[in-house]
Design a protein around this ligand. Structure first.
Ligand code: AMP
Length: 213
């Protein structure tokens, strides 16, 4: 089973495509944003340390994120592959991940890069709703009753999805995360997708690369 990384700016569609791909391969989604939000909710030490960064759209410091991901990748459900969503977000995180994967067998199989222009990212972020229970994501227009289609929980708007914070997150992405595109291109494992269109069409292109029938 593959080890897949979804790379792309906020609003590019990472959680949407993660949902289908993890189901197809029956692998866990490891979304560092979800893990941090759970920690925030439970008021753990990590949650308290991460809160101000998340709420202002900045990145949580590398040392905290690297410790978090090593912990998570050490769990049993990762033995047969997984999909990373939202990690790594800096070159330092990517290098640490590479070193960890080399020590534990083999590296990533695919880096799926979802590319979309800023105006589309901002309008998608402004119109999205999240399920706090099963983590599904929806367009507000698809869920007029505000209820999760997957599990029936009440959907929420993420605090950091307001326009000003969304723009800040895109700026942070361009400065700190976009360099990962070249990093993985040089390793020969990056597949780039135009993620500005319809999600089903983008998923069909991703499926071709991943060999999903
Ligand atoms: P996301 O749900 O992936 O958009 O992440 C929400 C927020 O969590 C980000 O804006 C960051 O503040 C923080 N975060 C998530 N993943 C990382 C990471 N790999 N490195 C640093 N901060 C992160």
């Amino acid at each position: 089973m593959p080890k897949i990384l979804l790379l792309g700016a906020p609003g590019a569609g990472k959680s949407t495509h993660s949902a289908k791909t993890t189901k197809d391969f029956d692998i866990p989604a490891i979304a560092t944003g979800d893990i941090l939000r759970d920690n925030l909710k439970r008021e753990t030490d990590l949650g308290k340390k991460a809160q101000s960064y998340i709420e202002t759209g900045e990145l949580v410091p590398d040392d905290l994120m690297i410790a978090l991901i090593k912990d998570r990748l050490g769990e049993d459900d990762t033995k047969n592959g997984y999909l990373l969503d939202g990690f790594p977000r800096t070159i330092a995180q990517a290098e640490e991940l590479d070193a960890y994967l080399t020590d534990h067998g083999s590296g990533l199989d695919y880096v799926i890069y979802l590319n979309a222009p800023k105006d589309i990212l901002v309008s998608r972020i402004a119109g999205r709703r999240f399920c706090p229970d099963c983590k599904a994501a929806f367009k507000a227009s698809e869920v007029p009753d505000g209820v999760c289609k997957a599990c029936g929980a009440e959907l929420v708007v993420r605090k950091d999805d307001d326009v000003a914070t969304a723009e800040k997150r895109i700026e942070v992405y361009n400065e700190q995360t976009a360099p990962l595109v070249d990093y993985y291109k040089e390793k020969g494992i990056l597949a780039e997708f135009d993620a500005s269109g319809n999600a089903d069409d983008v998923q069909a292109e991703i499926d071709k690369v991943l060999g999903v029938e």
